[in-house]
Design a protein around this ligand. Sequence first.
Ligand code: GTP
Ligand code: MG
Length: 369
Amino acid sequence: YESIQVGELAKAMGVKASDIIKKFMELGTMVTINQSIDPETAAIVAAEFGYEVEQAAIEEEQLLEYTPPSPEELKPRPPVVTVMGHVDHGKTTLLDAIRETDVVSKEAGGITQHIGAYKVKLKDGQEITFIDTPGHEAFTHMRARGAQVTDIVVLVVAADDGVMDQTKEAIDHARAAGVPIVVAINKIDKPEANPERVKSELAELGLVPEDWGGDTLYAEISAKKKIGIDDLLELILLQAEMLELKAAPDRPARGRIVESRLDKGRGPVATVIIQEGTLKEGDPFVAGITYGRVRAMLDERGRRLKKAGPATPVEILGFHEVPQAGDDFIVMPDEQKARKVAEYRARKQREAEAAKETKISLDKLFEKL
Ligand code: GTP
Ligand code: MG
């Protein structure tokens, strides 16, 4: 390692430079803030502050190392679908209508607890995972963090209203994320519905229907009257088939936080979409800058699950703190290692923030000069 300046060391550890200089004095050395010190000395001083600097960092990077699965490990998995569209065009109504086609919910009936994602099992046993809440903000947030949770976007456009601002935004988001769009022209039960107009508006934006010679799949539906829902589900499965979605089920789980909150009685709770591997009760994990152990796993109806494979959304209890939507979720060998990684990440985040603040205050200083 190279030598480091006292000031840099202070910043790296998130402590005041004056405190470090004081520590040096206690150890019998006088240093200035700009003075370079060798790595051994830096480590000794850092250890005084409870840091095992470089060594720890290396270990934590290693803990996070990821080997992609080999082709033999991969098995087909259900698609993860996000429903997007302009305000009031019928996203929630559509999700409710779809949920009713779920064979399981028909039997279960009763109260359905709200969670941000659910998986439906269709009559022929095929499954689709739907993400409910991510409005545009959450979607953008996740995309910004390099998260690819969604395989397909279902774009809901009301047949009486046509293409609106958020319709265009949704198209932009899906394109930027490289996610194919299936169009659901909704509210065709309304007398003023004009699906042909919607098609031509969308075709102008590049979503050319198949029967017009393009490659975008369209369904005409009424979420309220439950018309065309099965057709839409067919199209989603068709689109999914083209994507040949696969994941390795037999390894420690990795996933993504899609929703989180602090529950009064149960503490931090988050909905995670498993993207790879199988999550089990008791698994230790790191999620963003927090960590924990899976205390309980619940499906969207609040039923306890023992394990959850790829493309399954689960509500998880057992976080130390509330994670953020878009955070990664990685199962670790044990809770101590999970904690180490979380603390390491938190420290790096603090450093980055401190560096940003320093830059801002320097910029301000230069403005005055
Ligand atoms: P936001 O979450 O606010 O963006 O709205 P949304 O897209 O989820 O729309 P929502 O499902 O809440 O529906 C808005 C209104 O349109 C409600 O009054 C629904 O009853 C109505 N609606 C939804 N689908 C249909 C439909 O197929 N036909 C008719 N006639 N009305 C519908
Ligand atoms: Mg809604």
